[in-house]
Design a protein around this ligand. Structure first.
Ligand code: GUN
Length: 287
């Protein structure tokens, strides 16, 4: 039997419908949820991501502001813009698209964002809150993965979860979330000695490395739930994930496709975090 498809597009559409209703409810109270997105440089992939994020905002009736800067911009200009947005009560979420040009101190930029507007959840304080099991903003991609596991009915408590990739954006916060939900978590990375030994034990396998089709069916435990965070472009222009879909689907019980899997969920959870930020700001005002 082939693995069930976990359809990110369908789940994203359902959740965005609920978010649109909550957005309208806030607007009826005179509050327009707003997201500010800052893009520095001309990385084509980042440009596409930022356009998709702002388009998704507008589609559910959320305000979006975009600030684009040339690659050689003085970081002081970006710090000044962040300070301005931190102080602007009409902006509820602030996102700086990564990666930044090399002359930027990315950590310092992320720390400059007000913690209650950090809808990416990358500020050290918000990562700390997640590590303590009291998250305030959950980083969007791991948040989306949790929603997909929930929709697939995959049990998390007591499960063996294996994550491939240890980035601050996906791997590390994914590990924290799965630990918080009761999984036994292993994080593999480029120095891991025997990757297949670990992946074959995984009830939940999350691949987030950016290497096309590196996880093949023989590396998968029968009945596993397979989550593919990778988006890689092949020489023929087609997109593929880090998991070899065709061989893995014959072994796993559920699998996310690429495209149409985790990607649409990441943007959806960004919208959810922005709305959450706006709702919290509104609750503070009416206190
Ligand atoms: N670059 C790749 N993924 C992300 C993300 O989720 N947020 C931001 N800000 N930059 C990214």
């Amino acid at each position: 039997m082939e693995a069930r498809l976990i359809d990110g597009n369908a789940l994203a559409t359902t959740i965005r419908g609920e978010l649109a209703e909550r957005t309208a409810a806030l607007q009826a109270r005179g509050i327009a949820p707003g997201l500010a997105v800052i893009l520095v440089g001309d990385d084509p992939a980042s440009g596409v991501y930022v356009r998709n994020k702002t388009a998704a905002c507008e589609k559910i009736g959320m305000r979006s502001l975009q600030f684009a800067y040339a690659a050689d911009t003085d970081p002081a200009i970006v710090f000044a813009r962040i300070a301005e947005l931190n102080a602007d009560p009409t902006v509820h979420g602030i996102l700086v698209q990564l990666p930044l040009p090399k002359h930027f101190d990315s950590d310092a930029i992320l720390e400059a964002i007000a913690v209650d507007k950090d809808v990416d959840g990358f500020h050290a304080e918000n990562i700390g809150a997640l590590a303590q099991g009291k998250p305030r903003f959950i980083p969007c991609t791991p948040y989306g993965v949790m929603k997909m596991l929930e929709s697939a009915g995959t049990p998390i408590r007591g499960a063996e979860a294996v994550i491939i990739g240890r980035s601050n954006i996906v791997g590390k916060p994914m590990a924290l979330l799965l630990i918080n939900h009761g999984a036994t978590v292993t994080v593999c990375h480029s120095q891991t000695r025997d990757l297949a030994f670990h992946t074959r034990r995984a009830d939940i396998l999350v691949a987030a490395v950016g290497r096309p089709k590196m996880i093949t069916g023989d590396m998968v435990k029968p009945g596993a739930t397979l989550i593919d965070v990778g988006i890689n472009r092949l020489p023929d222009g087609k997109l593929c994930g880090d998991i070899d879909f065709d061989s893995a689907k014959k072994v796993g019980a559920a699998i996310t496709p690429v495209p149409g899997g985790v990607g649409p969920m990441t943007i959806t959870m960004l919208l959810a975090n922005t709305l959450e930020a706006a709702e919290r700001a509104a609750a503070k005002e009416t206190k």
